[in-house]
Design a protein around this ligand. Structure first.
Ligand SMILES: Cc1ncc(COP(=O)(O)O)c(C=O)c1O
Length: 361
């Protein structure tokens, strides 16, 4: 007998989740709902509490991650709402090379006596597990931005739970198509939806996903109180982007793998960091930081820009940001590989790399 509710595969979920019902005259897509208030007596009431355009995005992302999602006005708005779960002077463990904005939030909370931050080198699995000992929150980001270090999640989650800590995984780089942290018992997933989920460099948004109704309710209440939710149009754009995530990621990842192979044997490149999946690559340059700056200014397709996960290829020397830790090599260039033709991407890169010798002397 046919399974009455067959489990759909992620590419199908991305396209079909959270659609209006298949009934005559229904639109195929939820429209953008521009409303600050609703007729009283229902569940929505006010625009800070609910919006159908958020809900559609949340249902689709929740279905992909395997939990219940909440949309936020940015990735960092979601991060701050999660860090707010930590009680006064409790310990947060986090990767020393996690996204710089998350680390800066943690440093700011620590400077004001709110929490204790313990930054760890996540490539040392033993040290990471040991660091969970008295933590209240274990913050993981895998792969890390921009060092592209990968955490083996299950043993760390087990150690964190043994200590009574919540585990958050920033899944921005892997997306639910390459890694589903809730399946290995993480409590919460956080996204900068600005990146791969929305995918077109035209919206800033964040999201949190959890299987815990208790955590969901706490976070929803915080969002209701603070008002750090997205605009309806942002949520609509992010859902529109999410529909094509599987094909975008497939193509960008295939491009990334090809470029990694070619970059690895280029004499101007001293190291290539790539976790083996995804569409973010980091290279280090043989001639150092100055060469990295020259590289990012001598291409025509590759755009010198921060952020990542868009359809277009972008790159930047991360240490141009004064807040990036000095354990990130000065010459490290983070590359967000897009969906252009890989031969064009390579031609553009290789002419700039080949010219570095004469450009930097
Ligand atoms: C891994 C990661 N997490 C969180 C964020 C913050 O997200 P947003 O810029 O949407 O606030 C970023 C932004 O670059 C990121 O790369």
């Amino acid at each position: 007998m046919a399974d009455p509710a067959p489990t759909l595969r992620p590419s199908t979920i991305a396209v079909t989740a959270a659609r209006p019902p298949h009934e005559p005259d229904q639109p195929l897509n939820h429209p953008v709902t521009l409303a600050s208030t609703y007729v009283a007596g229902g569940d929505r009431e006010y625009g800070r509490y609910a919006n159908p355009s958020w809900t559609a995005f949340e249902e689709a992302l929740g279905a992909l991650e395997g939990g219940r999602a909440l949309a936020f006005s940015s990735g960092l708005a979601a991060v701050s709402t999660l860090l707010d779960l930590v009680g006064l002077e409790q310990t947060v463990v986090a990767p020393r090379h996690a996204y710089n904005g998350s680390i800066m939030q943690l440093a700011d909370l620590e400077a004001r006596g709110r929490v204790k931050a313990r930054l760890v080198d996540v490539t040392d699995q033993q040290a990471l597990v040991a660091a969970c000992d008295d933590a209240a929150l274990v913050w993981l980001e895998t792969p890390t931005n921009p060092a592209l270090e990968v955490v083996d999640l299950p043993p760390v989650i087990e150690a964190a739970h043994a200590a009574g800590a919540y585990v958050v995984v920033d899944n921005t780089f892997a997306t639910p198509l390459l890694q589903r942290p809730l399946d290995v018992d993480a409590d919460l997933v956080v996204h900068s939806a600005t990146k791969f989920l929305a995918g077109h460099s035209d919206v800033v948004m964040g999201a949190v996903v959890t299987r815990s109704d208790e955590l969901f309710d706490v976070l929803k209440k915080r969002r209701d109180l603070i008002g750090n939710s997205p605009g309806p149009f942002e949520a609509w754009l992010a859902l529109r982007g999410l529909r094509t995530l599987p094909v975008r990621l497939d193509r960008a990842q295939a491009n990334a793998k090809e470029l990694v192979t070619r970059l690895s044997s280029h004499p101007e490149v001293s190291a290539v960091r790539y976790p083996g999946f995804g569409a973010v690559v980091a290279i280090e340059l043989t001639r150092g930081g100055m060469a990295a700056d020259v590289l990012t200014h001598t291409t025509s397709l590759w755009v010198h820009a921060t952020s990542l996960g868009g359809v277009e290829s972008t790159f930047e020397r991360r240490r141009r940001w004064k807040t990036e830790p000095d354990t990130i090599p000065d010459s490290l260039v983070r590359m967000s590989v897009g969906i252009e033709d890989v031969e064009d991407l390579w031609d553009d890169l290789v002419q700039a790399l080949d010219a570095l010798g004469s450009a930097t002397g």
